[in-house]
Design a protein around this ligand. Structure first.
Ligand SMILES: [Zn+2]
Length: 266
């Protein structure tokens, strides 16, 4: 996503927050009510969409799929609703849908294979659910770790991944996240200011051999968080300039089956 789009979408989310919900947990239904936008929670089967914005009878409607765990108060449900509000509130999305330039598409909560429209709605959801000012305040002077991410996800009632992605965007330090399944890297991301180093891993291939993550890759029958450990920077990167050690910490959740690895310099 281009920077100017991010700025525009972030501005839009802040505008909505200022207008409708200024304190506490963001009230998404107040936003939908304000926009006179009906939200329908129903059973649409578990192999379909999370949410969908559709235009019929000269009116927009949001449909949310209960069969995928999207209740009005679940973290998943809140993200889905915020995402669909994004499709409605971002002019280009709403207009394209209204005039048939874009067909009603089914939004799915997933890390992978996102087109630009989905990325924009996700980014809007992130800006809305994790308001910049409150989020920065919540991060300030806190020691970086998975536990901080878990606390943030609890505080803002979002998934751990949503909290981590927001931290990459506006958090108080730079780091890298790698998501893997059974030892194979599925996806990664990093803060803009993270060291410009060539990786020793690739999406679709094994985690680095000497990493902490690699050691824990085959444990899949329980949730766990590892200690913060120092590893050679060379484990993860081709390095000749940056410090010789990086910190590494992992978290595994049986719910989505991802091993989440955070890597950062001291
Ligand atoms: Zn979508």
């Amino acid at each position: 996503m281009k920077n100017h789009r991010k700025k525009k979408i972030s501005f839009l989310a802040n505008f909505v927050l200022d207008e409708i919900c200024q304190n506490g947990l963001v009230d998404l239904h107040a936003i939908a009510n304000y926009e006179e936008l009906p939200v329908h929670y129903d059973h649409y089967e578990s192999n379909t969409f999370d949410g969908m914005l559709v235009y019929y009878n000269s009116k927009f409607h949001i449909h949310i799929n209960l069969d995928k765990g999207n209740t009005s108060n679940s973290r998943r449900g809140r993200f889905t609703l915020a995402h669909e509000l994004g499709h409605y509130l971002i002019d280009e999305h709403r207009i394209a849908l209204k005039y048939g330039f874009m067909s009603a598409h089914q939004s799915k909560n997933s890390l992978l294979n996102k087109d630009l429209i989905e990325q924009e709605a996700d980014y809007f959801a992130s800006c809305l659910l994790l308001p910049e000012k409150q989020f920065r305040l919540a991060c300030a002077k806190k020691q970086f770790s998975i536990d901080l991410m878990i606390n943030l996800s609890d505080q803002f009632h979002v998934s751990l991944m949503a909290a981590i992605l927001r931290f990459i965007e506006i958090g108080s330090r730079e780091f890298m996240i790698v998501a893997s399944k059974r030892g194979i890297v599925q996806w990664f991301s990093k803060s803009t200011d993270f060291a410009k180093l060539k990786f020793r891993f690739n999406v679709g291939y094994s985690l680095p051999n000497d990493s902490i993550s690699c050691k824990y890759a085959c444990i899949v029958n329980r949730d766990f968080t590892t200690n913060i450990e120092e590893v050679d920077t060379d484990t993860w990167f081709y390095n000749s300039y940056y410090p010789l050690f990086v910190y590494e910490q992992c978290y595994y959740s049986q719910i989505n089956g991802y091993l989440i690895t955070l890597v950062w310099f001291s």
